[in-house]
Every structure is written in structure tokens, then in C-alpha cells.
Write a protein that binds this ligand. Structure first.
Ligand code: G3P
Ligand code: MG
Length: 261
């Protein structure tokens, strides 16, 4: 099973910041995931929400601000006073940081609320120019944009993100088309996900912060997890003294049954 640091090492550092990414870059993990939005002046920046309110000392939508305006805000102090001074990273800066590593890079295009015209083309141009084609997976809840990515660059790995449980995900992902399925823990437990796994399509699950859940997901054939605590989970995964999962899967997940994420 592979481990992706979700929004960088976001449990220990402010999410989607240089601090969280530098921490992920030093770990023996498979990859890192981060979220991309587009500014008013067409720059690609790394942040999870459409607004900067939750993770900075500013207010407003990313789409209404220029990169210069956004760079003036602090994206670390909300997490802890030690993390004060973090500035919003651009996609270029993050790709540059990870180009020195061998980590896989999951670029999540956050174009499901605002469509960000031209985002797919800009991301592909940058990835191509930096020669990172073989190291990226482009995912999105916006499946039309995943289709565009595949049309423009069929060699780039893509993944469709779902919050919902589909009756026939295999048929759906072939229709987009896309290479992998990124789903919630809740959805991964359903028989429809089992069929996708049996067909050999990578199924990767967010957000998994408990070792017992990671081990149960590994047993059912989930390819990778996204976790906020990559160091802790990597230690658990590599600690062979921990007995193999033996309790029924339903008991491992009983606290999330009925929840979506
Ligand atoms: O890509 C997995 C996960 O990041 C999707 O959800 O909301 O954390 O971006 P979210
Ligand atoms: Mg994400």
C-alpha cells in the first residue's frame, strides 16, 4: 500500500504550505497531494478552499485576488504561532520543491465550484515544461476537467474524485475516461468499490488517519491512502511487528458508517 501526504503533512503543519510540503518531502512515503485554485490574474496557487478565510489572516475568494495580493497574507499563523509567516505557494513553486525528490505528485484541480477556464491547459503546460509528466496524477471532483486533461494529454495519469457511492463506478470511470478512483473510506467499503479493485483499477482512499483503518483498507486491496499524518502512518505500515488485521472490517470502520468523509 502507498501513502500520500494529504495537503502535505497537514496534521503536523499548516495544510498546503511550504512547511507541510518540506515535511512531506523528507519522509519515506510514495507521494504528496495538494489542491489548486486560480487567481484573478490567472496564476495557479495551492490552497484547499475557494476562500482564504479559514487558512489565512485574510478574507475573500481566491478567484477575486491577484497573486500579489494573496502573497501578502499569512497562511501559517491560524495553525500555530510557530508557523507564522507562511505565504501561499504557487503550483510552480511546489513542483520545483518536489522536483528534487522522487515523490509522486497528486495535483487536485479544485474547479468543481468555480470552473476556472484554462486551468487544465495551464497545469499541463507547467508539468510538461518541468518534465514531471511521469510523476503526476491529476485528480478532480470536476470530471469534465478530468476528461479535458485526458483529451489534451492521454499519457498523464488521472483520477476521478467522488464523495458519493456509485452503483457502477467501473462503467462511469470508463466513460470519463480516467485511470483511477479516489474515494472516501465510506465508499471503499461498498461492493461496488470491490468490483473496481478486482478489475485492477487503482482505488485510493481519503482521508485515513488511523492505522487500523489503513490496514483494513490494505487487506481489501486499496492501492493507496491519503493521510494528514504521513510519518505516523508510514511508521505503522512499515512496522512488521504489528499483527495483520484480523478483526472484522465493519468493526474497524464502525465510527464512520453513515458518515461521508
Ligand atoms: O484528493 C483527496 C482529497 O484531497 C480530496 O478531498 O477536500 O481534502 O481535497 P479534499
Ligand atoms: Mg485535495
Amino acid at each position: 500500500m502507498d501513502i500520500y501526504a494529504h495537503r502535505g503533512s497537514s496534521g503536523t503543519h499548516p495544510e498546503n504550505t511550504f512547511a507541510a510540503f518540506k515535511e512531506a518531502a523528507r519522509l519515506p512515503i510514495f507521494g504528496v497531494e495538494f489542491d489548486v485554485h486560480m487567481t484573478r490574474d490567472g496564476e495557479l496557487v495551492i490552497i484547499h478552499d475557494e476562500k482564504i478565510n479559514r487558512t489565512s489572516n485574510g478574507k475573500g475568494f481566491v478567484k477575486d485576488m491577484t497573486l500579489n495580493e494573496l502573497k501578502k497574507y499569512d497562511f501559517g499563523a491560524w495553525f500555530s504561532k510557530e508557523c507564522k509567516g507562511e505565504v501561499i505557494p504557487t503550483l510552480f513553486e511546489v513542483l520545483e520543491l518536489f522536483s528534487e525528490t522522487s515523490l509522486q505528485l497528486n495535483i487536485e484541480l479544485k474547479s468543481d465550484v468555480f470552473p476556472y477556464p484554462g486551468m487544465a491547459e495551464k497545469v499541463l503546460d507547467l508539468v510538461g515544461a518541468m518534465k514531471l509528466d511521469s510523476r503526476v496524477v491529476i485528480s478532480s471532483f470536476n470530471h469534465e476537467m478530468i476528461r479535458t486533461v485526458k483529451q489534451l494529454a492521454p499519457h498523464i495519469q488521472t483520477a476521478a474524485l467522488f464523495m458519493e457511492v456509485l452503483v457502477d463506478p467501473l462503467q462511469y470511470i470508463r466513460a470519463i475516461p480516467t485511470d483511477a478512483l479516489h474515494i472516501t473510506k465510506h465508499a471503499a467499503l461498498r461492493s461496488s468499490a470491490k468490483k473496481v479493485i478486482e478489475e485492477g483499477v487503482p482505488v485510493q482512499v481519503f482521508t485515513v488517519n488511523k492505522a487500523s483503518q489503513m490496514k483494513a483498507l490494505k487487506e481489501i486491496g486499496v492501492r493507496a491512502i491519503f493521510t494528514d499524518y504521513p510519518e505516523k502512518m508510514s511508521n505503522h505500515l512499515n512496522n512488521t511487528s504489528i499483527p495483520k488485521q484480523s478483526v472484522p472490517i465493519i468493526s474497524v470502520f464502525k465510527n464512520i458508517i453513515g458518515k461521508n468523509k
